[in-house]
Every structure is written in structure tokens, then in C-alpha cells.
Design a protein around this ligand. Structure first.
Ligand code: AR6
Length: 244
């Protein structure tokens, strides 16, 4: 049996990561930064949410009704650091050394070892993604991606970069055999990407990806933080993920 590691005082991220890897899900809970974490089974799927409280309907969708896809997507409003999933995505900057917004929240919650591991990754380009351990987070891994910085209307290359953030993060989900992941609204805070335009890119990208890979994951969670983003996503979801 490996020596117990105290994640609050340890200075060796590799040792801490290996220690956490050897624990059962239940054993990991005692190392979480919070007690009020949210497990995957508490997050309704889009299919269930739609069945319960029919949100606004949109006009005709260009997408087919696909029950298997609708079971794999969720919208959750709240703090992404509380989600007990295989991975959460961080809207980082290219230094990967932390910052404000959701990045700051994730680094604070995960603890100082996250930064130590990030230091070894040597930056990340816009649209790319890199993976680390989750340390004191309920999520096992953090996927760090860097969104485009936008002033005014997004250009076609901004659109491609935002798409790449989601697609490259999802590629890491597959490469690491992870089954559940939550995304924040990448680039729509400090980086200035208009929220509704971003949501359209995100939903199109996730729909397309799920059509191809739905059997390989249990759930993709869109984690919104602001009421305005929740409204935007609830308005657009029936278009990209029609239920009936
Ligand atoms: N959980 C979920 N979403 C959150 C949380 C949270 N705890 N906190 C904020 N958000 P931003 P960006 C939402 O600015 O635009 C940092 O300094 C927030 O409401 O965090 O990609 C980095 O280091 C918004 O909807 O990320 C970079 O320098 C969304 O997260 C830069 O900001 C993204 O807002 C990245 O800017």
C-alpha cells in the first residue's frame, strides 16, 4: 500500500498524481477541496430535462431527432469546480500558469500542485489543449485549452479556433479513455467572444462530435455560470438537439 499523501502540503505533483490514481472513487472523496460536489447522476441529461420541463421550442431544426445523442448532453448552471466527472475543461491562457475567471477558480480549488504540473507543460497555443491531473478537484483530470481573444465580431479564424478548443479537448477525452467531461463557456469572459455567437459554435461542434463518438462517452456537460448564458443555451439547445 502506497504512503498516504497530503495534497495540501505535498510538493511533489508526480507523487500526488500517482497516489490519487491508486485510490478508489470513494477514497478520493476525502481529498476533495469541497464536500458539496455534484455527481454525474445528479445532472439530468438533455433528454430528461426536456421531458420534464419543456423549454422554449425553436423553429424547424436542420438536425434529426436522435435519442442516443440527447442522452449524452447536459446543461448545468453552477461552479464547474464542484463537478465530479472524469474531466473538466479550463478556459486558460497560453501561459497555463493560472489567471482570473474560471481558470482562477480551478487553480484555487485544485490546489498548488496543479500549477506545478502545468509548469512542466510549457504553454499552450490558441485552439490546442493539454491535460493534467485534477488534484483536490472532484474531477480526475483538467483539460486546459486556450480560446481566441476577440474584439468586436469574431472572424472566421476565431470561429475555427473556438471549434478547435472543443474538438482538441474532446480528442484528449478519447485518448485518455475518459467518459464524462464538462466545458465552461470558453472565451466568453475576459477573452471577449460574444456569448450567443460562441454558443452556436459550441453546440454545432458538440452535436457533430457526438454523432460520431457518442458510444465512447457517457456525458458532455455544458457548464454555464451566468444566467444570460443559461438562457442562450436553453434557447438554442432545441435547435441543435431536437427532442421531437
Ligand atoms: N465555473 C464555471 N464557469 C465559470 C466559473 C466557474 N467557477 N467562473 C467563471 N466562469 P473566463 P475566457 C465563466 O473569463 O473568456 C483568465 O484570466 C464565466 O462566467 O474565465 O476564456 C484566463 O487565465 C464565463 O462564462 O475565460 C485567461 O487569461 C466563462 O467562465 C482568460 O481569463 C469564461 O470566462 C480566459 O478568458
Amino acid at each position: 500500500m502506497a504512503m498516504k499523501v497530503d495534497l495540501k502540503t505535498s510538493i511533489d505533483w508526480k507523487e500526488a498524481k500517482a497516489f490519487l490514481k491508486g485510490l478508489s472513487d470513494k477514497q478520493r472523496e476525502e481529498h476533495y477541496f469541497c464536500r458539496d460536489f455534484v455527481s454525474l447522476k445528479k445532472i439530468p441529461t438533455w433528454k430528461d430535462a426536456e421531458a420534464k420541463g419543456a423549454p422554449d421550442k425553436m423553429g424547424k431544426s436542420q438536425y434529426q431527432v436522435d435519442g442516443a445523442v440527447n442522452e449524452k448532453i447536459s446543461i448545468f448552471r453552477g461552479d464547474i469546480t464542484k463537478l465530479q466527472l472524469d474531466a473538466i475543461v479550463n478556459a486558460a491562457n497560453s501561459s497555463l500558469m493560472g489567471g482570473g475567471g474560471v481558470d482562477g477558480c480551478i487553480h484555487r480549488a485544485a490546489g498548488h500542485l496543479l500549477k506545478e504540473e502545468c509548469r512542466t507543460l510549457h504553454r499552450c497555443e490558441t485552439g490546442k489543449a493539454k491535460i493534467t491531473g485534477g488534484y483536490r478537484l472532484p474531477a480526475k483530470y483538467v483539460i486546459h485549452t486556450v480560446g481566441p481573444i476577440v474584439q468586436g465580431d469574431p472572424s472566421p479564424s476565431h470561429v475555427q479556433e473556438l471549434r478547435s478548443c472543443y474538438r482538441n479537448s474532446l480528442q484528449l477525452v478519447l485518448d485518455n479513455s475518459l467518459r464524462s467531461v464538462a466545458f465552461p463557456c470558453i472565451s466568453t469572459g475576459v477573452f471577449g467572444y460574444p456569448s450567443e455567437a460562441a454558443a452556436e459554435v459550441v453546440l454545432g461542434t458538440l452535436r457533430e462530435w457526438l454523432e460520431e463518438h457518442k458510444d465512447k462517452v457517457d456525458r458532455l456537460v455544458i457548464c454555464v455560470f451566468l444566467e444570460k448564458d443559461e438562457k442562450i443555451y436553453r434557447k438554442l439547445l432545441p435547435y441543435f438537439f431536437p427532442v421531437a
